[in-house]
Design a protein around this ligand. Structure first.
Ligand code: 5AD
Ligand code: SF4
Length: 502
């Protein structure tokens, strides 16, 4: 077992990417190189596994200090934010609710679209004045944005208020990095462009008390041409099955009702460990822990295996809902996106799922305005949406990401056309979602109550087995329980109801 805080190992491993960036050469940074992320042929074996250990020096560093983490993006980022919080609390930091109060402010970022990045830069920009009132405040940026060269260049040039940057592969180094920033007063940028070991036994502060996110794998090898994730999250690495099961057993012992398995492409689970049909086998083992609910995100049509649907049929605690991003209905666009399937093969997958589980809830992701997308190609997406009758879909305007193959294609669809297509698509999706939701009125659904609704504290909210958002009334004390709810009204994106125990 390797000692994770043994810095010389890392400096040897990453010495090639150390640069003197500042004019006076007093600060040395480890900077990202997206090309190294992509060049992964030489390292496609199973990752080694290392256990997290915190140095005694870092242990009390946070005593009497407060932290605030702002997380953007997907559930994988939310789970990373929970690990960051766990590490900070082990160091003695206490969580607080505002940027003004915080001694340490962490931006746990997402790079998937430009708009998300612009928001982060806007917020960091506005913190200059907060920091002026609170000079000891430490501002830190981590997550996917940190892995991009263009972001680091911008920070070095225009954001002197950022004290610490680290990437997705060395989040576990937070104690040592903070030691440098806090004790040695060194501005620190440490972003690895290779994944390194899988780190287990990381502390965690869960953000919800009824369900827990569980990474089953990291990274993505799919290289869809529009997507930055394979560069920011590295190659696919699967956690050992026993570590995943242990995490689920801990959730169960803590009284959590649901485990949400996470990976950019969960169907590829176990490939690097040379497992045969690894994801289905893992899913079955997770179901056998007896936890009440299991969900998983995100599936990819290319690696999809029929056995996964069979497992959903066999185990009642695997929820019957599937998120299967399709992105486009046009074969030509799918080809240029490097998705590895066609409109027809996606429809066949859909047909198989519906034939095996007729009431499966089916959701997707869609992109409009990909380079050179014609009206006919956009129409093919609408036709596919009509065919699949998605319960819900996340729809996006294509956003060019520096360093990806699509960013080298001409982004030739005018913004007005992109927006118009998005509006047409959203109207269609919303009509279908409303129609599907109407079918639930009068039925009783089992809802995992997450607590009061964010919009109205007089009603509870939670998700049904079918993954429908349900707002409902009921007596006090239902939080974290699975409740039978009679559905009384439907909307496009939620249902209303009354707890049957009322
Ligand atoms: N532009 C727009 N949408 C994107 N997505 C990923 N990359 C981009 C991009 N460059 C969307 C895809 C993916 C979801 C998580 O984000 O639909 O499935
Ligand atoms: Fe991005 Fe494609 Fe990987 Fe999803 S499968 S994370 S869209 S590269």
């Amino acid at each position: 077992m390797k000692e994770p805080v043994a810095q010389p190992v890392f400096f040897m491993r990453f010495s090639a990417i150390m640069f003197d960036m500042m004019k006076n050469n007093t600060e040395r940074y480890i900077l990202p190189e997206m090309r190294r992320e992509a060049n992964r042929a030489s390292r496609n074996t199973a990752s080694e596994c290392t256990r997290f250990v915190m140095s005694a020096e870092a242990e009390n560093l946070g005593r009497g200090k407060k932290y605030y983490i702002r997380t953007y993006g997907c559930q994988a980022n939310v789970r990373d934010g929970e690990t960051l919080a766990g590490i900070l609390e082990l160091m003695g930091f206490e969580m607080c609710e505002s940027t003004e109060e915080a001694d340490l402010l962490i931006f746990n970022t997402c790079a998937i679209r430009q708009a998300a990045e612009d928001r982060v830069f806007g917020e960091i920009g506005s913190l200059k004045s907060v920091k002026a009132r609170h000079p000891g405040q430490i501002i830190c940026l981590c997550g996917c944005m940190a892995q991009e060269e263009v972001v680091i260049e911008k920070i070095l040039k225009s954001y002197p208020q950022v004290d610490l940057v680290f990437g997705t592969h060395n989040l576990w180094r937070l104690p040592e990095l903070l030691l440098k920033v806090m004790s040695k007063k060194e501005r620190t940028i440490e972003v690895y462009s290779e994944e390194g070991d899988l780190i287990e036994d990381l502390p965690v502060r869960r953000s919800t008390s009824c369900k827990g996110f569980v990474h089953i794998m990291y990274g993505c090898d799919k290289f869809c041409t529009y997507c930055i994730v394979p560069y920011t999250r590295g190659r696919e690495r699967s956690r050992r099955k026993e570590d995943i099961i242990e995490e689920i057993m801990t959730l169960k012992q803590q009284g959590m009702k649901e485990a949400v398995l996470l990976g950019q492409n969960v169907n590829a689970y176990g490939k690097d460990l040379k497992m045969e049909d690894g994801f289905t086998s893992l899913l079955e083992s997770c179901a056998e822990t007896g936890i009440e609910r299991i969900r998983f995100y995100t599936s990819h049509p290319r690696d999809y295996s029929s056995t996964t649907i069979d497992a959903m049929v066999k185990y009642p605690n695997i929820m019957r809902s599937l998120h299967l991003p399709v992105q486009s209905g046009s074969d030509e666009i799918l080809k240029r996106m490097n998705r590895g399937y066609t409109n027809d093969s996606y429809r066949r997958l859909y047909d198989e799922m519906r034939s095996k589980i007729s009431d499966i809830t089916f959701t997707t992701d869609l992109i409009v305005g990909f380079p050179s997308e014609t009206d006919e190609q956009f129409q093919a997406t609408l036709d596919l949406v009509d065919y699949c009758q998605f319960d819900m879909a996340y729809s996006f305007v294509y956003s060019p990401r520096a360093g990806t193959p699509a960013a080298r294609m001409e982004d030739n669809i005018p913004l007005s056309v992109k927006k118009e297509r998005l509006q047409i698509l959203n109207d269609r999706l919303s009509d279908i979602a409303a129609k599907r939701n109407r079918e639930y009125v009068g039925r009783t659904l089992k809802v995992l109550c997450e607590g009061p609704s964010k919009k109205n504290e007089n009603v509870y909210s939670g998700y049904s087995e079918e993954n429908k958002l349900v707002n409902f009334t009921g007596p006090a004390g239902l939080k974290d329980q699975i409740i039978e709810v009679k559905i009384t009204e439907s909307h496009s994106f939620s249902l209303d109801g009354t707890a049957s125990c009322e």
